[in-house]
Design a binder for this molecule. Structure first.
Ligand code: AMP
Length: 364
């Protein structure tokens, strides 16, 4: 079986690392010749909408999936008319535009922060009268890891934030005074089998995920499962789906969803019976899904901008290093470590040690 992947970054790399033991072969389409998954399969190097490369991918891959959601919609549509594509182009289209995504959430009864569409400076000023400060202005498309976002603390922030957007359509949303950020990862197979991972509790800084911890028996698990189930059904979804949520006083509010494997699920590689990457492949190939049961207490720490010293990291008990084979660059995710511990207390202690190493190299 040949799996085609749009994108050859670290997510594609981890999908391949999970698929090789299942006897799968991979073809990656990515503009970059040195993309970090390329060594694990056959690289097709060029633009996502290169007709010759797309034709090759469509012809040779038994199923196509993607590692990031900004694949042009027409590319996913073209591939879907020639081969199997999971998740569906519709899931991609909804996730690509924050405004479409928010109204999709609304239609399913999933709460979101209060928001307004913004297409001019005047409409931004108008929206702020109702929303109040603080608020966040976000571009509707192409935003990830806090990119294309500005925090609005007072009317003085409006002009610079609007100018930064350079006229692209945007959404302004109320700042949520959350108690914590969590995400849920669900998997649905072609046959409709569904499994959920335990919630991840996520720590972001500067809009970038730093630490995720698995929360077994979390009181918010049921509410999160109910929300993500609505998305799975409405999108007739196949594959791994991640939903990022804010918890505000016992209520979950949706931030965004990702139609792909997700950074907040990296702890599942060693911390769950079946990783999100393996389950994504099982789902799109219509194989039975694997157990999502956690193995001990697990967490993940990202390394951003720089690499830890391998010897130092591996000296931390129960730490597992995942290097992405990417050259360090400011703000770039280059590795993560998973940690597995016997108790929550031990986990917190080990996460602290990993965080010290991560902070030493972090330049973001
Ligand atoms: P996003 O790119 O939308 O996932 O945002 C990145 C991070 O910015 C989130 O994980 C939060 O930490 C923060 N953030 C985004 N939107 C809001 C909001 N409406 N209220 C509070 N924090 C937010």
């Amino acid at each position: 079986m040949i799996v085609g992947v749009l994108g050859a970054g670290q997510l594609a790399r981890m999908i391949a690392l999970a698929g090789i033991p299942l006897g799968l072969d991979f073809i990656f389409l990515d503009p970059s010749a040195d993309a970090c998954a390329n060594k694990l399969g056959e690289p097709l190097i060029g633009d996502y909408n290169d007709p010759a490369l797309l034709a090759q991918l469509a012809e040779r891959a038994d199923v196509v999936t993607y590692e990031f959601e900004n694949v042009p919609a027409e590319v996913a549509e073209f591939l879907a008319s020639h081969t199997q594509v999971h998740p569906s182009p519709k899931a991609l289209a909804v996730a690509q535009d924050r405004l479409v995504e928010k109204s999709f959430f609304f239609g399913l009864g999933i709460p979101t922060p209060d928001y307004a569409a913004v297409d001019s400076f005047e409409s931004l000023e108008q929206a702020m009268i109702t929303l109040g400060y603080p608020a966040i202005l976000k571009s509707c498309t192409q935003g990830y890891d806090g990119k294309g976002q500005s925090l609005l603390k007072s009317p003085d922030d409006l002009k610079p934030a609007w100018e930064l957007l350079q006229g692209v359509p945007a959404v302004v949303e109320a700042f949520v005074p959350f108690n914590r950020e969590v995400s849920i990862i669900a998997v649905r197979s072609v046959s409709g089998e569904v499994v959920f991972y335990p919630l991840s509790e996520n720590l972001h800084r500067g809009g970038i995920l730093r630490v995720s911890e698995c929360r077994t028996n979390d009181p918010m698990q049921q509410q999160a499962e109910s929300y993500i189930s609505r998305l799975l059904e409405a999108l007739d979804y196949v594959g791994v789906l991640a939903l990022e949520l804010f918890e505000v006083d016992g209520q979950l509010v949706a931030n965004e969803f990702a139609p792909r494997v997700h950074n907040s699920g990296h702890w599942t590689i060693e911390g769950a019976e079946t990783s999100q990457f393996e389950n994504h492949l099982r789902a799109i190939l219509d194989l039975p899904l694997g157990s999502t049961a956690p193995v001990g207490n697990a967490a993940m720490v990202n390394f951003i901008g720089g690499l830890p010293k391998t010897e130092e990291l591996l000296a931390i008990p129960h730490a597992h290093l995942h290097l992405y084979d990417k050259s360090p660059r400011k703000g770039r995710k280059v590795a993560h470590a998973t940690i597995r511990a016997e108790s929550q207390e031990q986990l917190s202690e080990l996460v602290k040690k990993l965080t010290v190493l991560a902070d030493q190299v972090d330049d973001s």
